[in-house]
Design a protein around this ligand. Structure first.
Ligand code: ADP
Ligand code: MG
Length: 359
């Protein structure tokens, strides 16, 4: 059982000007599955390695259960980490692979065996304990890598893109299994991925990083419904949120001929803002085809069966704009169709600094 706290924790790699992780403040509660997500190079692995004790913390501190572990070596943190490119020992059986860390820690043989068997039971690996890794499927190997972590019953699991060796279908299956495993064990887990879908489906909460800076940490639904800034708005959700640059004209926001519907609260905030440059975000499911709306032409139809993503080129403010609309899978709209769009759901308004104003 463990909670984790990063307090203004930074890592500045030698020779680098910019921190790879910049004053990270993050509180992970006991039993939580927190996902760290962000583009490549955003500092996810560095943040995880700082917690594991594998990376120096240049400023700030890290606490596990109120114990300051900032200067403690990895083995004194009671943490187990599964890496991106986990390697199993090819000459060892599954049981030996899973028990290796325990053997090194000089755990007696009988106890080792009991712990390995318990982990194998949890992971459905019992029939494979005597096999060598080469005689396992990709998914089974991944479970063995996980097994090596859970035999130690650590206080915290750290996983750095453990799925990246697996094909797409297997990833979907194993991420469900992993979330289920975490729920059953109740062990605090920090899981790193660059895949926002994985983050949204697995995380109790999701922390979004960009350029080493934490952008937002919230439950998946809150991230989706109320992104704090333009970056989070564009990063979370697929297809991405449509984000249009608009201008305030006489207190109203307009996209070409289309009035952006503003609640009284939002209209007040837009009027009060010091800038007249805004961006309006609309999710693909919140645009609809209606006569008299913003005119455009369908350029691509992605028909997925259950739903279709319709890409429309519009003309407004003298510029072309590509918008994506999520439609029913049975939609009859075709490439080349002339259409008109309007907003049929919540909108998000961002100021010129990219911060959410409201909406
Ligand atoms: P992510 O895991 O999100 O892809 P990383 O934490 O690996 O990001 O990297 C964050 C930043 O730190 C990147 O700019 C990367 O180039 C840099 N970086 C990572 N590891 C090192 C290192 N050992 N030495 C110097 N710079 C590094
Ligand atoms: Mg990484």
């Amino acid at each position: 059982m463990a909670e984790v706290r990063y307090e203004a924790a930074s890592r500045i790699y030698p020779g680098s000007e910019e921190p790879a992780v910049d004053a990270l403040d993050l509180h992970i509660t006991d039993g939580e599955l927190l996902v760290l997500v962000g583009p490549s190079g955003s500092g996810k692995s560095t943040a995880l390695r700082m917690l594991a004790g594998l990376e120096y913390v240049d400023k700030g501190s890290i606490f596990i259960n109120d114990v300051d572990v900032t200067l403690k070596p990895p083995q004194e943190r009671d943490i187990a980490m599964v890496f991106q490119n986990y390697a199993l020992y090819p000459s060892m059986t599954v049981a030996e692979n899973m028990g290796f860390a325990l053997k090194q820690a000089k755990v007696p043989k009988e106890q080792r065996r009991a712990q390995v068997e318990e982990a194998a039971r949890i992971l459905d690996l019992e029939p494979y304990l005597d096999r060598k890794p080469k005689n396992l499927s990709g998914g089974q190997r991944q479970r063995v890598a996980m097994g090596r972590a859970i035999v130690r019953s650590p206080q915290v699991f750290l996983m750095d893109e453990p799925q990246s060796n697996l094909d797409a279908k297997l990833r979907v299956q194993t991420r469900t299994e992993l979330a289920d495993l975490q729920a059953r064990l109740g062990t605090t887990m920090v899981y790193v991925t660059h895949d926002q879908v994985e983050a949204m489906t697995m995380g109790h909460r999701v922390a979004v990083l960009k350029d080493g800076i934490l952008q937002q940490v919230d439950a998946p639904r809150t991230l989706y419904n109320a992104p704090r800034n333009r970056f989070v708005a564009g990063f979370i959700g697929s297809p991405a949120m449509n984000i249009l640059d608009v201008e305030r004209i006489d207190g109203a926001l307009k996209i070409g001929s289309l009035d952006v519907p503003l609640t009284p609260d939002l209209a007040g905030k837009v009027t009060a803002a010091s800038t007249s440059d805004f961006a309006v975000g609309v999710r693909p499911e919140h645009l609809s085809f209606t006569e008299g709306g913003l005119a455009g032409e369908v350029v691509v139809v992605e028909a997925l069966g259950s739903e279709s993503f319709i890409h429309v080129r519009t003309l407004h403010q003298g510029g072309e704009q590509l918008l994506v609309i999520r439609e029913d899978g049975q939609s009859s709209i075709q490439r080349g169709d002339r259409v008109a769009l309007s907003i049929a759901g919540p909108i998000h308004v961002f100021g010129s600094d990219g911060e959410r104003i409201a909406g």
